[in-house]
Design a protein around this ligand. Structure first.
Ligand code: R5P
Length: 296
């Protein structure tokens, strides 16, 4: 009897099957702790390795931006199609239902308005708020070359330090001053500084020339910021080029919520980001959904 028991016991332990040790799917993130990785895996889809973040945090420095006047009416219907929402704690608490299961990236820098020098930000949200609100990352603006460059970098490194204590990643958002050249050299500088100083992923703008060198020289994932509203075919082409050239997704705001058909646009962006859909096919999808919605 003892022999049978031992055989059954050996079977339960699968002693002949070595335990798998999987690498983490996201660029430069394999040495992070479990909580960090788990949060990043709620932002970036582990299958495509990419994300569609919907950025609606513009009000933190410019008030009720066009398209964001009524987030309850115009933005909540879009959340189904986003992987992640990027927003402030004010909008999260006052408008977004806590039953939502989308990952949240919380804007934690602030303190300035469009009426004054924008780079003069501070950390405006305690780390305890991020824990309490169960967020998956904290977003900090970094103004490389800006008047308050050093202060904004230190805001970021402080969030990296605090977030590391609790397993919450930091997203560095590279802000470009009006007088700066938006070229690959500038964006390589800005993104690399943020990564070297500990940001877990970085949001930056797309540029026509040499964007792939910006992605290649940044050791952590890059997500593309949408920027000001451009025609839908151009925005889809920009998103397509960005992911094909190495971006791990997009963090788009105005090009989605200021679109003529935001629900159609976000689905077209998803097709480009997650399914590598060509821009013309994604535009067909946009028009099809837009037409269907206009009938209902
Ligand atoms: C700006 O500082 C905010 O972080 C916005 O979330 C960001 O600019 C992305 O929005 P958009 O795609 O409208 O540029």
């Amino acid at each position: 009897m003892a022999d049978i028991d031992e055989m059954q016991e050996a079977k339960k332990f699968y002693a002949d099957i070595p335990q798998k040790t999987e690498g983490f799917f996201l660029k430069g993130s394999n040495s992070l702790d479990w909580g960090m990785k788990n949060r990043l895996a709620q932002i970036f889809n582990p299958e495509s390795g990419r994300t569609v973040m919907l950025a609606i945090d513009h009000g933190y420095f410019q008030g009720p931006t066009t398209g964001l006047e009524r987030i309850d009416l115009n933005i909540l219907p879009l959340t189904t199609y986003a992987d992640t929402l990027m927003l402030t704690r004010g909008i999260l608490r006052s408008i977004v239902p806590p039953s939502i299961t989308k990952s949240i990236v919380l804007r934690v820098s602030g303190g300035t308005s469009i009426l004054k020098e924008l780079s003069n930000e501070e950390i405006a949200v305690d780390i305890e708020e991020s824990i309490r609100l169960n967020v998956c990352a904290m977003a900090v603006q970094v103004f490389i070359g800006g008047e308050y460059e050093k202060e904004s970098i230190i805001n970021m490194t402080r969030m990296v330090d605090m977030g590391t204590r609790y397993g919450i990643p930091t997203l560095a958002v590279t802000a470009v001053g009006k007088d700066m050249d938006r070229d690959a050299r500038y964006f390589r500088l800005a993104t690399r500084i943020c990564a070297e100083l500990g940001a877990h992923y970085i949001k930056t703008y797309y540029i026509e020339k040499n964007f792939e060198t910006v992605c290649a020289s940044c050791p952590v994932p890059i997500v593309m910021a949408g920027g000001k509203k451009i025609p839908e075919p151009d925005a889809l082409t920009m998103a397509y080029n960005a992911v094909q050239q190495g971006a791990s997704g997009v963090d788009m705001g105005r090009n989605i919520f200021q679109s003529e058909a935001p629900i159609a646009m976000i689905q077209a962006v998803r097709a480009v980001v997650h399914d590598n859909e060509q821009p013309d096919k994604a535009l067909d999808l946009y028009n099809t959904i837009k037409n269907e919605l206009s009938k209902s």
